[in-house]
Design a protein around this ligand. Structure first.
Ligand code: MG
Length: 179
């Protein structure tokens, strides 16, 4: 195949769900929420970070989270999902892209996310190395779809091709001189 130039922008989408289980911590977006149930799974069950990881991997057409971190591999048992997200971000950087923004939707009956959304947003932004005004966190209750026992997360990302150091570094200086 000919060596075609990489696109300037790439979009990625991820989806995940985990079942609520009693007596385990509830991790969503890299923070622990106060609740009597958590999300079961081989890792820490962080449904939002899993969807986000898959969105990043999908945007660069890399293998998905389940292929990179198979549940059959004991080393990922109870793993902090931040590890998965960091790997995806490293792959994005290695592919020559940077994250522009994230949007996400959580679908769960309880607990209410509203009062925690700002904290989740800040943490996700910090983990992604972008400002919080580039991270959307929305929450819905699962009306009529019968998924009350689970948490679902959907995430979308936009990536931009990294500019070469020579073309990007001097731009702000030029703008200042023009004033
Ligand atoms: Mg998962």
């Amino acid at each position: 195949m000919p060596d075609l130039p990489q696109p300037a922008l790439r979009i990625g989408y991820g989806w995940d769900s985990h079942e609520f289980k009693a007596g385990i911590p509830l991790k969503i977006g890299g923070i622990t929420l106060p609740y009597d149930k958590g999300l079961g799974g081989h890792s820490d069950g962080d449904v939002l970070l899993h969807a986000l990881t898959d969105a990043l991997l999908g945007a660069i057409a890399a293998p998905d989270i389940g292929s990179l971190f198979p549940p059959s591999d004991p080393q990922w048992k109870g793993a902090d999902s931040v590890v998965f997200l960091r790997t995806a971000l490293e792959r994005v950087a290695a592919a020559g892209y940077e994250l522009v923004n994230v949007d996400s939707t959580l679908i769960l009956a309880a607990p209410k996310i509203g009062s925690h959304a700002a904290t989740i947003r800040k943490r996700v932004a910090e983990l992604c190395g972008i400002s919080a005004d580039r991270v959307g966190i929305k929450a819905k209750t699962p009306e009529g779809i019968g998924t009350e026992g689970a948490a679902i997360a959907q995430a979308t990302v936009l990536l931009a091709k990294k500019e070469r150091a020579s073309s990007s570094k001097h731009l702000p200086t030029k703008h200042k001189k023009q004033r």
